[in-house]
Design a protein around this ligand. Sequence first.
Ligand code: ARG
Ligand code: ZN
Length: 853
Amino acid sequence: RTIRLAEYTPPSHLVEGVELQFTLAPRTTRVRSAIRFRPNPARPDAVAGTADLRLDGEALTLIRAAIDGTVLAAAPDATGLTIPAAALPAGPFLFEAEVEIAPETNTALEGLYMSKGMYCTQCEAEGFRKITFYPDRPDVMAPFKVRIESDLPVLLSNGDAVGQGPGWAEWHDPWPKPAYLFALVAGDLVAHSDRFTTRSGREVALNIWVRRGDEDRCAYAMDALKRSMKWDEDTYGREYDLDVFNIVAVDDFNMGAMENKGLNIFNSKYVLASPETATDDDFARIEAIIAHEYFHNWTGNRITCRDWFQLCLKEGLTVFRDQSFSGDMRSHAVKRIEDVLTLRARQFREDAGPLAHPVRPASYQEINNFYTATVYEKGAEVIGMLKRLVGDEAYRRALDLYFERHDGEAATIEDWLKVFEDATGRDLTQFKRWYTDAGTPHLRVTDDYRDGTYVLHLEQQTLPTPGQPEKPPRVIPVAVGLLNPNGDEVLPTRVLEMTEARQSFSFEGLSARPVPSILRGFSAPVIVERETSAEERAFLLAHDTDPFSRWEAGRGLAKEVLVRMVTEGADPAPGFLEGLGAILRDDSLDPAFRALTLRLPSEDDMAQTLHAAGHVPDPTRIHVRREALIEAIARHLAGALGATYSAMSVPGPYTPDAGAAGKRALRGAALAYLTRIDGGAAAKVQYGVADNMTEALQALSALLDIGQGAAELASFEARWRDDALVMDKWFTLQVLHAAPDDCAANARALTERSDFDWKNPNRFRSVIGAIAANAAGFHHPSGDSYRFLADWLIRLDPLNPQTAARLSAAFDSWARYDADRQGLIRDQLARIAATPGLSRDLSEMISRMRGEE
Ligand code: ARG
Ligand code: ZN
């Protein structure tokens, strides 16, 4: 069944308060609920007493239900319970129910489930209905009181602890919230604790709850939490609003983390870190996700979404906030480049294929399928554009108004835009297309210069996406700067506001034809198309004042070189190799920036690029030619690489700060190239002496890339066999760095090991997700990898539809490839589609990819 935004109706009844009592048992947990309802004044039929009360409920054994003490005869159907209007008292009433559920057999990890002996919940988006009967929709908000009965020592829920004794605990969350923010945890856990004093003087107890033995891996997450709390006060004026903030690390988790009010639940991978077990990237991700979930307290919890179509209201804004935070903590330039890399790899790809959808989708079958790069990352870009258009000061005023006007409400994108219109006087009607129209705009740029006047001609076009043939022009903020041929900047960054399909912008009084620097800071999520000479790109790489554009110029060069190597069999252009060398040796540049510039576009990025340029990409050939380029760079830069490798060694004990991480990143990039010419000597030494996971993995990856590393893999396994998070990395490496011919076989062998616990999402992804990320291995002409992925999706789907559906998106790029590969992928899609009893999650994904809706 398709749910449509246009069909939204307010709930018939509102909830004034909820009391829940849990008596926990693996197979027979009892949930007693007492819910105080009142007719919604916005629903005349409910006020008149003619509206039925519909409660969501799935996989619940109903023991008893009553209204105002009178037992109900009504029997639930497969998705809930309807109480006919005739059985409802006029005005407010109390609904009570007792149900039984079996958390131990809940393999979908949605609702109340068990992970290694501990009880935990995941209710977003629609998991609460698997706990008890309730109007499980975000526009029904209520305060919750929860009593938990269990012999387990630690019993947690949302809000503040109001009482506890042996075998029970009671929690009260005074802030009205939708059911998706409910959480419960019970287990034999230990806390890493700290405190935070808010700027108005509230003392907040902070706890990170983990399994015994993991306490010493929480310090970084705790530090990130305190910095997040401070940052939200300083930057957005937002304070925390309870006396306790709990975080729990869980090993079995479908997503990254969840912002339940006062009780965030995390995939343990995004909490636990020590120098020996986590890489620099892991530390950075932990910092970002801790911040993200904390920031949701205001953007998501205090102000939530009216319905799931508005998901980007909280996710886009919260991603935007966590990106700004990470930029402030580290480097804005580096963070921006990394974010654009992810956006292009995931969101541009999504937007160009059968899964394309607007930032605010208009329909869905399964909402879990819309926790996507488009809703999250493009949603954040849209906010970045808005901020750029109105300016920093007006942005802050608008946000203040948003918090003031909508606190305690379930809001919409219309509410959000209205706040900006009211705060700035701007009409955002056209801007709203960024929310409603799918697809990445292409921005064609040409230019003229005559008599001191330089003119930029811009033309925008967005290709049709599923269900949206017409794409009217959007507002595109195009940040540009102009450089003189001598390298000086003649025009500092200015934002051109493009609103028409075609538009020209003039710059007068120039003494020479300038070199344009276009889309500085990646000011809009668009694809720039402009004929640019290699000389001009090299000039910008050397002279641009905007770090993003500087990196982008290098990126453009690398792509051009690779395209010519793949399509014409050309040799790598010497100018490109020289340019890379200049960046490598330029000690005035941030090492992290240099590392990013040395990193070549990925094979999938090249397939996307070639396809967009009208070629049919051959993943095998892309792999071979890209490997050739890596070797050419290594030979050409050999001396400089060795010097950088030595210069970037970080003395002293490991610290996860951005400065040290940047040096390690550059050193690791140098090592990857050096390994191509030294037979693995430097990498073997580095592996042997590494006292941190970053350097160990750099060395191991470099060795695997040249077909070595067997001894190192074995010693890694011997050391880490009992550490699941570290072993996930070991599984991934052997698939991700496998040669194309070995990829499927390696993956298959790994899945046959006794420690391939495929019901654990992290472990499943470590192999099945990795095969999709090895482009040449996944698209092997034999079709082996396609079959392998399909087999595992079919196997996982009955147990965990969410994770199966997410990983199925690996097939979304099928239309790029040749007829043989297209046929092989389509066969697998058809085979999955024909599987009896397919989940709603996976069947929606497969039919969208097959172009059926
Ligand atoms: N709100 C969470 C976050 O962005 C994501 C939870 C998604 N879970 C799901 N099953 N769809 O932080
Ligand atoms: Zn989020």
